[in-house]
Design a protein around this ligand. Structure first.
Ligand SMILES: [Zn+2]
Length: 474
């Protein structure tokens, strides 16, 4: 096995795009991958999941995860399939959520392959899943929980500390201390908003020589407008005309934030008590975890929710089987169906859209980021027809967008970087090219720190950034 003498950071995924987070630390004493995310969204991105990995996965000494969203951990079973043998370090919350999302992801991969085989869609015969349920299970057995704030030796030359990111339960930004290079690299993972209704804000950075920061909203300020007004209008409209509100929501966290708003509106009497159905096995399991974490008083959750039931004003109906889900097809409105996936790229929401898009009484409420080319993006852009389940269907339902992002916006990203003492370089990743370039420009102009949005596969030396005004210099 060859070892570099120069510490290298390599931007394997999420470079000038928003999914597929994978950053390799190729260090003198070992190789560690920060996040192992799937590419999602456009077909050419999804196909990139089938590309090779820049090194033999068996050469990886460890993987460290920031959080359990699939675009940060969903490639793990693929690496296991290709020979990675562990370990994988993450927070206990990420471990718990990975047990929910990875088997589900494997199930979707297997289902898609089986569906393509039945319908003759695939160019490959027979179509293969990216990975199997057994490989997802094997990757779960490699997970090692580490607490927030506890420096953990990942291998001889690298100590990593997980800090609160306020993005989803278990989410962390990582402080990676490269001992040989005497360099501290901070990885934002996905950074939450200080205003998340359930979570405490992200921890400040303190010392960093290099900051690798996401830029999902690197060119955007979230609107100040109150999402409650938009949601109330949509729900009241559905209640009046017997319509169905279909909300494609990321199963983890977005579902809870949607429920938090509906709960508040119903408690305040601003909308009538119409049924709210959560129709996603993964979202339902994540919902149980959120409820349990609030009850036990998780240090990530705002103290006002400790020891209490989340969403007390809502009668949330949770489907338990695919028959329950299918039964919704013939159920009349008014009702709200919250279902995954969040960009309508797969999952049960695809069936609900196929079933409800043709009726002008219904509304599709888009509640978050819609990657270019996804069905959610097409709907938001005013598509008059949508390809679902192998056919084009007319869009007669209303389409409304609401800002419920669990990602920091441009100002919030800059504010968080400001909490770092004297970084010498900011690498901007995890954003579409325009968003990444825009944040690069803002970091240089507003913070006076050199910044770059690296290209996919780019390898850069990560020593020599030690700040003269670092801890010893102060
Ligand atoms: Zn995320």
């Amino acid at each position: 096995m060859t070892r570099n003498h120069v510490p290298i950071i390599q931007f394997v995924g999420a470079a000038r795009t928003v999914t597929g987070s994978k950053t390799l630390l190729d260090l003198p004493h070992g190789k560690v991958l920060v996040d192992a995310g799937l590419f999602q969204g456009r077909k050419e991105l999804r196909l990139a999941n089938w590309d090779g990995f820049p090194i033999e996965p068996s050469e990886l000494d460890a993987i460290v995860l920031t959080h359990a969203h699939i675009d940060h951990c969903g490639y793990l079973p693929r690496l296991v399939k290709m020979g990675f043998e562990g370990p994988v370090y993450c927070t206990p919350g990420t471990l718990a959520l990975a047990k929910i999302v990875l088997p589900d992801s494997a199930h979707l991969q297997e289902e898609e392959a089986a569906f393509a085989n039945r319908m003759g869609f695939s160019k490959h015969r027979p179509a293969q899943p990216l990975y199997t349920a057994a490989q997802a299970q094997a990757s779960l057995e490699m997970l090692r929980p580490v607490e927030y704030g506890a420096p953990t030796t990942v291998h001889a030359g690298l100590e990593v500390t997980w800090r609160r990111a306020g993005h989803i339960l278990g989410a962390a930004w990582l402080r990676a201390d490269l001992r040989d290079a005497q360099t501290t690299v901070v990885f934002s993972g996905d950074l939450g908003r200080p205003t998340h209704p359930l979570f405490l804000p992200p921890d400040p950075i303190d010392h960093a020589d290099v900051v690798v920061v996401e830029s999902t909203y690197g060119d955007t300020e979230h609107l100040d407008s109150d999402p409650d007004d938009v949601i109330a209008r949509v729900v009241n409209d559905a209640a009046r005309c017997g319509g169905v509100v279909v909300i494609p929501a990321f199963a983890v966290d977005r579902t809870e934030v949607v429920l938090w708003h509906l709960d508040r509106l119903m408690a305040q009497g601003r909308v009538p008590q119409i049924p709210v159905i959560v129709d996603s096995p993964m979202a339902n399991r994540a919902l149980e975890f959120y409820r349990a974490e609030a009850l036990r008083g998780s240090p990530e959750i705002r103290p006002e929710y400790h020891g209490r039931e989340l969403f007390p004003a809502l009668d949330v109906q949770q489907t338990t089987s695919s028959d329950d889900s299918k039964a919704l097809n013939t159920r009349r409105g008014p009702m709200v169906i919250v279902s995954a996936s969040g960009m309508a790229t797969g999952g049960r929401v695809v069936h609900h859209l196929a079933n409800r898009l043709g009726d002008s009484r219904n509304t599709v409420l888009l509640a978050g980021f819609q990657a270019p080319g996804t069905r959610g993006d097409q709907l938001r852009s005013g598509a008059t027809k949508l390809k679902l389940l192998g056919q084009y269907l007319p869009v007669r339902a209303k389409v409304v967008s609401v800002e419920l992002s669990s990602h920091a916006d441009r100002s919030e990203l800059l504010d968080w970087i400001r909490t770092a003492d004297y970084p010498q370089m900011v690498y901007v990743n995890h954003g579409e090219a325009d968003a990444a370039d825009s944040l690069v420009e803002a970091v240089e102009r507003e913070l006076g720190i050199a910044a770059v949005a690296p290209c996919a596969g780019e390898r850069l030396r990560v020593n020599g950034h030690r700040s003269a005004r670092g801890p010893e210099g102060r």
